[in-house]
Design a protein around this ligand. Sequence first.
Ligand SMILES: Cc1ncc(COP(=O)(O)O)c(C=O)c1O
Length: 410
Amino acid sequence: MNSSIRYVNNTLYSDTTPLQEIAAQVGTPTYVYSLTRIIANLRHLQTAFAELRPHIHYSAKANANLAILRALIGAGAGVDAVSGGEIHRALAAGASPSEIVFAGVGKTPDEIRYAVEQGVGWFNIENRAECDLINDFAEDLGRDQIQVALRFNPEVTANTHPYIATGHGGAKFGLTAETITSILDRSAEYPHLNFSGIHIHIGSQLQDVEATRQAVQAALTLIAPYPNIRTINIGGGFPVAYTPNTDLPTAADFAAALRPLLRGYELILEPGRSIVADAGVLLTRVLYMKYQAGQAWAIVDGSMTELIRPALYKAHHEILPILKSETTNQRVSIAGPVCETADVLGRDVVISYVETGSLLAVMTTGAYGMVMSSNYNARPRPAEVVTDEQGWRIVRRRETWDDLISAEQA
Ligand SMILES: Cc1ncc(COP(=O)(O)O)c(C=O)c1O
């Protein structure tokens, strides 16, 4: 919980709105995001890194809802996009093309062409062949010099879940030091590319600053012979507390460790999770209670199709009642309707009395929630709502059964 998502008189609120009101009017499952909290998180990161005057490119992969992109762009953020679709979203939300960074390990030629046409500000390159493609499209389209940052795989193992560590040698991400040196030594072969940056991103939900410091140090050593490289993009990865009272490094800790290294460079950050995660909740309603094999189950209308993180990463999310009662706590596992044993949002959750009809909030679900949702079991995607100090509004309607078949022909 935080200053935006908190209990007021035993009722869970997002900004000025009781979540019960949204559930009653929009139904469940529904994602609710506090725009107030999202902007506060952006400001928090800006303040922590203030001395290094970072350019913050919000990583749209964490949550690409247009209303969220628009709010962040309005607050001065650029966008980190990893597909043509994310560039399209960023532009639709009002991003200036020059404020978009285009990253990704497998950009298609069509996506690269689109990004060059649109005039995106930076390409983060992960393959030598990308240099040829970008250079050729720039030539065809009469573009001058395109800023590129080579993504370095620093062979540093981040302390995080193995599925979201990206900077170790065995990962598919980035380029080896040898490849980067060989590309930079032949930069004259790419007259339309301006090799002015280096990019690293060693993982998400980083549990310590040391691996990042080592990775940045390795990147600086690598580019030392190339004085034209003045921009260091250190990616995202700032962690979020999914459980209360977790001991995690703060943005200020990262800034303090990196400040001595990065003075005099332009700094780009690509935060995703730390901007949106704790600003979001997934509202869900208990459909049925079930007691078997010595276990209590609450079967809810939210599931792994809305939130795959528990099934995919065994991720923990707090689950709280929207109306807190004084009744004694019970232990209950909270599961969705999907035909997978892994479709459990919370195991052995200690929660006040719940029954059929109870409303629950799955906390800290603003990042990597809706963006990873699916239509498995032909389940329509949920609605999305934003709140702020003025109230709330729907920013994506709930999908219908007709939406599910609208792109198909029998
Ligand atoms: C290259 C890159 N930049 C930024 C991010 C955003 O990371 P996070 O959401 O942990 O801040 C990611 C996520 O994996 C990424 O791969």
